[in-house]
Design a protein around this ligand. Structure first.
Ligand code: ZN
Ligand code: ZN
Length: 312
C-alpha cells in the first residue's frame, strides 16, 4: 500500500476463489483483475495506523457516523492509482476514464476526495469526479467503492478489538452503516450473523426479523430457494412488507474478511433472481455517515460541504 510498506502476502483462499470465478465467468475477468488489486490490501495492518476520531456511540449510530477520518493519504493515492491503472489496462474505460483526460484535470488530493465520497455514499461528488475523468457515473462509482475498503476493514478490526457492541440490533452495519451483503447461518447451532460487504464486520441478527424494516411478521417473512443447484449454500431471505431481500448462506465458520467481496460476487445469480421476482435492496447505506477528513487530510480543492440525499 504506502510507499514505505511492502504489501502483505495475499490470502490464498480469496485469490483462489477469484481465479475460479474468472474461469467460470471469463466475461468478468477484467473486473476481477481490479478486485484483485483491492483484495491484496484488505488485511494490511498499515491501514490501522491512525484510527478515526469517533462520536459517543448510540443505539442507532454506527461507529463511523460523524467520524473524523485519518487515512494514510499516500496509501489512498497509491491504491487509487493502481485501481484506475488496472481498470484502464483491462479496457474498462467507463470505470476509470481516459488516462489523458485525468492527467490534465488531476488535482492534489483527488484520491482523498474520491475516498471520502465513497465512504459517505456521496453520489453527486462521485459523478463530478467521473465527469472529470471521462468515465461514466455508474462505472466510476463501482470503481470508487473499492477505494475505501482496506481502510474500512481496518476500522472494523479496530472496532472489534476496542469497542465491540454485542447489543447492536440494527440491520445496518455497526461500523460503517452499510446494509449487509449477506447473512450467514453458522454451525450446527445455526446462529444467524449479518456480514458487511464494505468493512467485513459481523453482527448477530435474530432469524425472524427483516434486515431492512425490522418486521417480525412471520406471514411477511420467508425464504426462497431460487436456483436449482443443490450444491449452493445460498438462499434468499425475503420480506413482503418492504419487498426487501437478503442473500443467506449456510456455513460452518464465518467467511474470512477478505472473502466477503468474493462470496458476494460469486452469488450474484441470487441477486438477479431476487430482482426478477420483484424484490430489491434499499439504495445507499442504512444511515448517512457524514464522516469528514481530518484537517491535514482535506483536499485543497475539495468541493464545498453538501447535504447528501440517501434515499431517492
Ligand atoms: Zn460495515
Ligand atoms: Zn422488510
Amino acid at each position: 500500500m504506502s510507499a514505505t510498506t511492502a504489501p502483505p502476502k495475499p490470502a490464498v483462499n480469496a485469490f483462489t476463489r477469484l481465479d475460479a470465478l474468472a474461469q467460470a465467468h471469463p466475461e468478468w475477468a477484467p473486473w476481477l483483475c481490479v478486485v484483485r488489486v483491492v483484495t491484496a490490501d484488505l488485511p494490511d495492518p498499515a491501514w490501522n495506523r491512525e484510527p478515526p476520531d469517533t462520536a459517543e456511540p448510540s443505539a442507532l449510530s454506527p461507529w463511523l457516523a460523524g467520524a473524523v477520518l485519518r487515512p494514510d493519504a499516500r496509501a489512498v493515492a497509491s491504491l487509487f492509482d493502481r485501481l484506475t491503472s488496472v481498470a484502464r489496462a483491462q479496457g474498462l474505460h467507463a470505470l476509470a476514464g481516459d488516462g489523458k483526460t485525468v492527467r490534465q484535470s488531476e488535482a492534489p488530493g483527488d484520491a482523498l476526495a474520491v475516498f471520502l465520497a465513497a465512504v459517505n455514499g456521496d453520489d453527486a461528488e462521485l459523478s463530478r469526479q467521473a465527469t472529470r475523468r471521462g468515465a461514466s457515473p455508474d462505472g466510476f462509482r463501482a470503481l470508487a467503492q473499492l477505494l475505501p475498503l482496506p481502510y474500512l476493514h481496518a476500522c472494523a478490526r479496530h472496532w472489534t478489538a476496542s469497542s465491540p457492541r454485542p447489543d447492536w440490533t440494527q440491520g445496518y452495519c455497526p461500523v460503517c452503516g452499510a446494509w449487509p451483503s449477506f447473512a450467514e447461518v453458522r454451525g450446527i447451532e445455526r446462529s444467524r450473523h449479518l456480514r458487511c460487504g464494505r468493512c467485513a464486520a459481523s453482527w448477530a441478527m435474530p432469524v425472524l426479523a427483516c434486515t431492512y424494516c425490522a418486521s417480525t411478521d412471520h406471514e411477511a417473512l420467508g425464504t426462497l430457494v431460487v436456483l436449482d443447484d443443490k450444491s449452493s449454500r445460498f438462499s434468499l431471505d425475503v420480506c413482503k412488507s418492504c419487498s426487501g431481500f437478503l442473500k443467506s448462506c449456510t456455513t460452518l465458520q464465518a467467511t474470512p474478511p477478505d472473502g466477503i467481496l468474493v462470496a458476494d460476487l460469486a452469488s450474484v445469480a441470487f441477486d438477479l433472481a431476487a430482482v426478477e421476482r420483484g424484490y430489491g435492496r434499499p439504495p445507499g447505506p442504512g444511515v448517512p455517515l457524514d464522516a469528514t477528513l481530518a484537517a491535514e487530510h482535506r483536499p485543497a480543492d475539495a468541493a464545498p460541504e453538501r447535504k447528501t440525499r440517501w434515499w431517492s
